[in-house]
Design a protein around this ligand. Structure first.
Ligand code: PLP
Length: 393
């Protein structure tokens, strides 16, 4: 027996462990100090009441013989796919239910989708980036190349016609940089993918944070995208489902190569390796799209967006360069005075007792940058912002 040797190419996942270790050490040595955490990428507000109501209804259905559910459809129940289809229709994207696949979250699908692609495809990934894209491809032995995101391009790299790629990852609004592509920029990526016969794996996990009108919620709002893109989305950040687990992937019937349909391959893959999302969870997810559900989740999103605004205003006042904060819960800032990411992490922890995430953990271009997040409470965010202002002004 031999283990998969490709795992040797995957670096140890040390970023958050290292952050936790440094914070634990500081706290042990300074028990009188209150440490404020703006590093967290997880939601903190509880599920909306409408969601809870329908989760309860789902539990009751499972208790009654006539409504009890066993194995469900691999692709998700029609009642939820109908709602997702309606949601897309609200911003002008018409889908068929058979193009929507419900899953237990975007992370699983982003990794699992690779089953339908050949191992010899070259993968183009922006740097810095959500580490899952790189690691899942390295585990499968694929060649990964990088598109440099930096201050010059506003952390939104554009396609280079000289670069040959088969699979392209785009995350917009982006984790960790909070930067979001506008429609014209996405059109350039779609045109590039069509030209190269490549596929775009579009991660829309943060689309719910989009506030500006010139931005699109879905890559399918861009002409030609149905022929070259797969979209991944999630209830995690939209409705606080990080612990409840539900997401969806959209693959148009128009995405074909050599007469083979990506949609059919994915259905085949899911029906072989996946037995669907729990009925109860899908009931809760469907409640997100009711009128009252939308009102409630939007209030929660507004809470996080307000935190993001407070952090962004702080950076504006201090004259610190940053991306994000407007259409994203993330603020990606340039470490002041030329500090490195970890140097700034320690400086902030020791002098303001504020914790963020060093940008260097997201790729080589993250060095010298730092991520703050809006998922904490407003009280903590306000206090952290005041401490940062006093320290850096
Ligand atoms: N995609 C991005 C860019 C993320 O930042 C995250 C989670 O933080 C995910 C996907 C994972 O989403 P899910 O909870 O649906 O697996």
């Amino acid at each position: 027996m031999k283990f998969n040797q490709n795992f040797n190419d995957v670096s140890d996942n040390y970023l958050f462990a290292e952050v936790a270790e440094r914070v634990a050490k500081y706290t042990a040595e300074n028990p009188d100090k209150t440490v404020l955490k703006l590093g967290i990428g997880d939601v903190t507000l509880p599920l909306a009441p409408e969601v809870i109501k329908d989760l309860h209804a789902g539990v009751h259905d499972m208790f009654v013989k006539s409504t009890f559910k066993g194995y469900g459809p691999y692709e998700g129940y029609a009642f939820l796919r109908d709602k997702i289809r309606g949601y897309y229709s609200s911003f002008g994207v018409e889908l068929d239910n058979s193009e929507i696949f419900v899953s237990d979250g975007a992370k699983s699908d982003l990794g699992n989708i690779l089953d339908i692609f050949s191992a010899d495809n070259t993968v183009l990934v922006p740097d810095p980036v959500y580490p899952v894209y790189v690691d899942t491809n390295l585990m499968a032995g694929r060649k990964v190349i990088y598109a440099d995101a930096n201050e010059e391009n506003g952390f939104l790299p554009m396609p280079d016609p000289e670069v040959e790629a088969d699979i392209i990852y785009i995350c917009s609004p982006n984790n960790p940089t909070g930067a979001a592509y506008d429609r014209e920029q996405l059109k350039a990526w779609v045109d590039y993918a069509l030209e190269k016969d490549a596929v775009i794996l579009y991660d829309a996990a943060y689309e719910c944070f989009i506030s500006e009108d010139n931005l699109v919620r879905s890559i399918f709002q861009v002409a030609g995208a149905k022929k070259c893109a797969i979209e991944f989305c999630s209830f995690s950040k939209m409705a606080g489902f990080t612990g409840t687990r539900c997401g969806y992937t959209v693959i148009s019937h128009e995405l074909e190569r050599d007469g083979v349909s990506a949609n059919k391959l994915w259905l085949r893959r899911q029906s072989t390796k996946f037995n669907g999302v729990p009925y109860i969870v899908q009931k809760g997810a469907a409640a997100v799209f009711s009128e009252e559900g939308q009102r409630q989740i939007k209030a929660n999103l507004e809470y996080y967006k307000n935190n993001a605004r407070l952090i962004a205003q702080c950076m504006d006042e201090l004259g610190i360069w940053y991306t994000g904060g407007k259409n994203s819960p993330y603020i990606w800032l340039k470490c002041p005075n030329g500090m490195g990411s970890w140097e700034f992490f320690d400086y902030l922890l020791h002098n303001a007792q504020v914790v963020g995430t060093p940008g260097a953990g997201f790729g080589k271009n993250g060095e010298g940058y730092f991520r703050l997040t809006a998922f904490g409470s407003t009280e903590v965010t306000k206090e952290a912002v005041e401490r940062i202002k006093s320290l850096l002004k």
